[in-house]
Design a protein around this ligand. Structure first.
Ligand code: ADP
Ligand code: NI
Length: 213
């Protein structure tokens, strides 16, 4: 579809400078995972799923300074691509409310299309890719890889969550929780496999740190 090609170009230009693991390759993996989950789920509007998957990081307050201006730019772009007002509203509702940090205190009720995109985004934060992204993210912000004196935090609000401790803590504070938070059964299945790998990685890491060979 020509519309999707134009959407890809738009998103690519928006995210080209990202060095925190929210780059365009992340977007393409999320689109592909969302397509896979959508095929195994009932009642899906595939156009909304794919569009929201492409746009899900473009209005993130971690990545852009002025979220409202960026939202308006996304809406203008979709209008120029002949999306209806109802379609634009559906996409904006998803990308505004799906992030992990936006759901720490109260869980927002996403549409089924939104639940799929949220699952796809969360799947790309776990498994081998998840390990790589967490290390890359921590490196970008100058966080320590590990410090056994720093206990993982629980029940954080958004501003606490934004303050980093160590990359290994991030596994306990967020990544290990994601498989249980998946909305769809298709995503849960993929998450179970990725969780196992991630747990093995962290166990092995801590053994090596402690000098257990
Ligand atoms: P969201 O955009 O849904 O609020 P995040 O920005 O928290 O989610 O997560 C996006 C990616 O950045 C994930 O791969 C996540 O593991 C990584 N990440 C976020 N916070 C940290 C952190 N403190 N340490 C390491 N990786 C992190
Ligand atoms: Ni994302």
């Amino acid at each position: 579809m020509e519309t999707l090609e134009e959407l890809r170009t738009y998103v690519k230009s928006q995210l080209q400078d990202d060095t925190t693991g929210h780059d365009f390759a992340h977007i393409e993996r999320v689109v592909s995972l969302a397509e896979t989950i959508a095929k195994q789920t009932d009642g899906v509007n595939e156009k909304i799923v794919i569009t929201a998957a492409y746009l899900h990081d473009v209005i993130d307050d971690k990545l852009v300074d002025d979220v409202d201006t960026q939202k308006a730019s996304v809406q203008t772009k979709l209008k120029s691509l002949a999306y209806t007002d109802a379609e634009i509203d559906a996409v904006m509702d998803i990308i505004t409310h799906m992030s992990y940090s936006a759901n720490l205190v109260h869980q927002y009720a996403l549409s089924i299309d939104g639940q799929i995109v949220q699952d796809a985004d969360r799947l790309d934060a776990i498994g081998a890719i998840g390990v790589a992204r967490a290390m890359y993210f921590g490196g970008h912000f100058g966080d320590a890889i590990y410090d056994p004196t720093q206990t993982p935090r629980q029940n954080m609000n958004k501003s606490e969550y934004r303050k980093h401790t160590t990359v290994i803590n991030h596994f306990y504070e967020k990544l290990f929780k994601l498989p249980n938070l998946m909305n769809t059964s298709a995503a849960k299945e993929i998450a179970t496999k990725r969780q196992k790998f991630m747990q093995e990685f962290v166990n092995e890491f801590i053994d090596e740190w402690r000098g257990i060979h």
